[in-house]
Design a protein around this ligand. Sequence first.
Ligand SMILES: Cc1cc2nc3c(=O)[nH]c(=O)nc-3n(C[C@H](O)[C@H](O)[C@H](O)COP(=O)(O)OP(=O)(O)OC[C@H]3O[C@@H](n4cnc5c(N)ncnc54)[C@H](O)[C@@H]3O)c2cc1C
Length: 484
Amino acid sequence: MHTDILIIGNGIAALSLVYHLGELGLDKKIIVLSECTTKNSNSYLAQGGVAVEFGGVENKNKHIDDTILCGVINNKSNTKIILSEAENSITRIIDSGLIFDNDKEGHYLRRLEGGHSSRRILYHSDTSGKHISDFLLQKVKSNKKITLLQNRFCFELVKQDDSCVGAKVYNTKKNMIETIFASKTILATGGAAALYKNTSNSDYSVGAGVTLAKDIGAKITNIEFIQFHPTGFRSGKKSILLSEALRGEGAIIVNKDGQKLEGVELLTRDKLSRILYAGIKQGEEYFLDCTMLSDEVLNQFEYVRNSLRNCKLDMKVTPIPIVPVAHYMCGGIATNVNGKTNINNLYAIGETADTGLHGANRLASNSLTEAITVPYLLTFELIKSDWNKIDNKKDYYYEIDTAKDYSLKIESLRELMWQKCGIVRKDNLLIELLDYIKSELRELGNDSMICYSKLRYISMLKTAKLIVAASIKRTENVGTFFKY
Ligand SMILES: Cc1cc2nc3c(=O)[nH]c(=O)nc-3n(C[C@H](O)[C@H](O)[C@H](O)COP(=O)(O)OP(=O)(O)OC[C@H]3O[C@@H](n4cnc5c(N)ncnc54)[C@H](O)[C@@H]3O)c2cc1C
């Protein structure tokens, strides 16, 4: 199979790219492939919204300042470009019909979240990600040049000379391998927080893109910076994220005696997560108390409210038990603001990429801003680039054994990542974990049979190895990273 553009992933970053390419008139054959439907991506789960300033340079500069204050080690020039271009990229989508919540006069309502010095977050109820994804998906589906493929897990990129020329994918429905050659390959595979037991992320966010890129020589940066969100509600294996915007509206955190935690309302996520983690280790329990919020306010959080009701909890009546959860991968595949990696014809966009916008700690709601804006900037790069047709008929042979199941191994890796490479890290535990990962990879390397579950487990081990190794290497505590 051959295509001009191969996009791996189908979240907001992938869909934005396809949308902007269509709007700017690039007439190319595009394949968008993914392991799952857009409904199962992290993008669909985003609640709070998109951080963006319209108009004045002064407001944009404040957004840039807040972002750098939170991220500390951000790439300042890339941060400035992305946050300044955000208005153009988001306005283009709004102009074609995307609606955010607004008042009776038609002015946008804007939310406040932790670390922001003003209300600048555009939103749609507490289902902003679903709303934007559905809108973009419907636009993308109407474009005849686009082929959407699902149930495909990409496990290897194909490199020829110094260039990426496509990808090998495991078709999970047919249990067979397909190779797709492409003039340009774009990774939009999302984050890695589902490498952890307690996570807000979709099961598919295990950092596969980082390993795919690393395996063909791409540079990976800041991968040790995993952001933990302080307010997750655990229900069985799944977590429901209690949006930070609730605290922006006045919800408070209380302990098991009902005492309020003072001065934590708008602390950045890393600081609050560490406070809660330390308390929980001492046997404390924490709750998010929303009982004082009016129905008018609570109705803005309909998704969370209904999800909790399904667990027999009413936010208006009972404080909700909370634990910190792994939430966001701040680093990833190093790119410039156009999504370009150090490998020819390989690009990365969205959470899998590290443009330097988030530094050591992402400012809330800047990820959708990036997932919409970098694809927009990449569009201009693609418009002016060369299009070589890849001529490669090479066949790859694999022995497939679908009887193997690595789900228990996957669960124990998630548990180990939580215990040994979590909110607070320690070198001796990290070294133990690295040894374990290496020995697992060695053992798997002795068996040539493959299956979906094995490819997934290998990919998870490799990304975990990068996070653990980078955590051992880092000596300075900054942003989300804390080691003692
Ligand atoms: C609960 C929650 C709430 C959030 N709220 C906000 C918010 O309010 N504002 C904000 O800015 N951000 C928020 N975020 C973060 C934001 O949603 C993500 O950073 C963003 O949606 C990532 O988009 P993406 O397109 O890069 O990746 P994703 O939406 O994660 O999509 C990646 C896709 O790639 C596919 N994929 C992965 N690996 C492979 C592979 N090897 N082969 C094939 N396909 C693959 C996956 O199946 C998935 O469909 C939130 C995240 C969560 C989890």
